[in-house]
Design a protein. Structure first.
Length: 362
């Protein structure tokens, strides 16, 4: 029996009639479920979108896609909450790499190096490079994003049937979390899937759809896998004007896990994270820049500003979404949003010790 006193039951009854009290009941449902949450307006829009779809009575397959998408997102958010404040690195590579291959040993060493510095290793949960990275990292430092396929697809022995093993039906959602959760990405040799992931990651960062993070092309000391791709990027894309020379700042070729690890640690030595706020771009830093460094930034990187100049911001409470970061210093500017390769060069600049105030001054 449907009870009009229950907001959810009221929605069911008035879904197709468009009753005048529908908006009010949606507000009541959100209030009952979320209380005074700062996300209340977002939850309201989510419900309205579902209601609109129900009113239009879409195709059955469309409805199933929407249901599964929402369910998978909610489940992934809930599971990953327990790992929220841990740095993570996504490692891509072939599932077909045999255990006795040099690249398997390299990936295992990469996972071990990440764990030594308290980074979690994310992979697609398969074997080969993925299993090797998890083997090196160990369960406590591993996350596997498995894909559910029509044939049996079991995750590797390290994460299988644990809280560190997440399954996805849709590749696009799995890819979303590969990038969303990553503070860096390490790409090892592989097949079509690895190249697809490589180009998608670079595209997302180049277009500003994903924050700038270290993208490391890892190969053996005498390997040539990435050399051929980089030569193609230079000769067929950069020289023809399809990408910018500065876009090469978005990726780094590494010949060992130690070199890859240094790249990641250097990237986060002073830089912490970035975000947009009130139309301005903020680079969060552990230590502030010297006056001379700020002057040099304005002279060297002015081309990435739409207008105005760079300015330092002291620690402040202006970031209500992440109050735990209120001690961070910031570099603010009106970023044009286009030159991500130049932005990466700027991050490298603010990581150089000689450009920072001494700790006793900061």
């Amino acid at each position: 029996m449907i009870d009009d006193k229950d907001p959810a039951d009221f929605l069911i009854r008035h879904l197709h009639t468009g009753g005048s009290g529908l908006q009010q009941k949606i507000d009541e449902l959100v209030a009952v479920s979320a209380g005074q949450s700062k996300n209340s307006s977002l939850y309201r829009e989510m419900i309205l979108n579902v209601v609109r779809m129900a009113q239009a009575d879409r195709d059955h397959w469309d409805a199933k896609i929407m249901l599964q998408t929402i369910a998978e997102l909610e489940q992934a958010f809930a599971r990953l909450e327990q790992f929220k404040r841990r740095r993570k690195v996504t490692v891509f590579g072939s599932a077909r790499t045999p255990i006795d291959h040099q690249m398997y040993a390299l990936a295992r060493d990469m996972g071990r190096a990440l764990a030594d510095y308290d980074f979690m290793t994310i992979t697609g949960a398969g074997n080969g490079i993925m299993g090797a990275a998890h083997e090196g990292a160990g369960l406590d430092n591993s996350l596997g994003f498995n894909i559910t396929l029509p044939f049996e697809q079991r995750s590797n022995a390290i994460v299988h049937n644990t809280d560190h093993d997440l399954s996805f039906r849709f590749f696009f959602l799995r890819k979303l979390f590969f990038v969303k959760e990553a503070d860096a990405l390490v790409l090892c040799p592989g097949g079509f899937g690895t190249l697809d992931e490589t180009l998608e990651v670079l595209t997302l960062i180049q277009t500003g759809k994903s924050p700038v993070v270290p993208v490391i092309l890892l190969d053996l000391p005498d390997g040539s896998y990435w050399d051929g791709l980089l030569a193609f990027f230079k000769g067929q894309m950069c020289d023809e004007g399809y990408i910018l020379e500065a876009d090469f700042n978005l990726m780094t070729l590494a010949r060992s896990p130690d070199q890859a690890m240094r790249e990641i640690l250097n990237f986060y030595s002073n830089y912490h994270s970035s975000r947009w706020m009130n139309g301005r771009y903020l680079l969060r830093m552990y230590r502030p820049l010297t006056a001379q460094a700020l002057e040099q930034i304005n002279d060297t990187f002015g081309d990435i500003c739409k207008e105005g100049s760079f300015r330092k911001s002291p620690p402040t409470d202006i970031d209500p979404d992440e109050p735990e970061l209120k001690s961070m210093h910031c570099l603010e500017f009106n970023f044009n949003g286009r030159h991500q390769g130049r932005l990466r060069a700027l991050i490298d600049f603010i990581n150089q010790t000689e450009n920072l105030e001494s700790p006793d001054i900061a």
